[in-house]
Design a protein around this ligand. Structure first.
Ligand SMILES: [Zn+2]
Length: 164
């Protein structure tokens, strides 16, 4: 997992960002690494820094980086949200499926995308789950403030603070 938690100066979780973006924030002095992988380094031509897992903004920012549920998620974000599990059969999922196909007006939004294995994705093809006779094991949900994922992320930060 290469996702990095971005937390505000107030220690509130803002969102998950990719590690490249986190490293840029640290290198430019906008954020500090609060937690890093114990044995992993980011190496480039010019620098070697600990691989961040949690970064904290130096200055308090209001909602700037908060995940916007309507924003278009990446395939990696969808797979991560669904734990790389196929939403149709529960097996290992390595593709992303549009629940309502794009050809039928389905969007690229969080609530229309699920992780799916290749066989299920191929079987479903250009059909809705109902048409394909396939059942979703869960409803696709945005990762948003207040979600279970968000609460778990925040708890991780509080636990870290309590331990330090
Ligand atoms: Zn499947």
């Amino acid at each position: 997992m290469t996702d990095v938690l971005l937390i505000n100066a107030s220690y509130q979780v803002l969102s998950r960002i990719d590690w490249q973006r986190a490293v840029v924030l640290v290198v430019t002095g906008e954020a500090d690494t609060v937690e890093a992988h114990p044995d992993r380094l980011v190496r480039s031509q010019h620098l070697t820094v600990p691989w961040p897992t949690i970064v904290r903004l130096r200055a308090y920012r209001h909602l700037l980086y908060r995940t916007v549920p309507s924003a278009r998620p990446s395939a990696a974000q969808i797979k991560h949200r669904d734990g790389r599990t196929c939403a149709y059969c529960g097996g290992h999922g390595d593709t992303v499926d549009h629940v309502v196909p794009r050809s039928r007006g389905g969007s690229n939004a969080w609530d229309n995308l699920v992780c799916a294995c290749r066989p299920c994705n191929n079987r479903k093809a250009d059909r809705t789950p109902v048409e394909a006779g396939m059942r979703l094991r869960w409803a696709p949900r945005p990762v948003e403030p207040g979600s279970a994922q968000h609460l778990a992320d925040q708890q991780r930060v509080w636990d870290l603070l309590a331990a330090s």
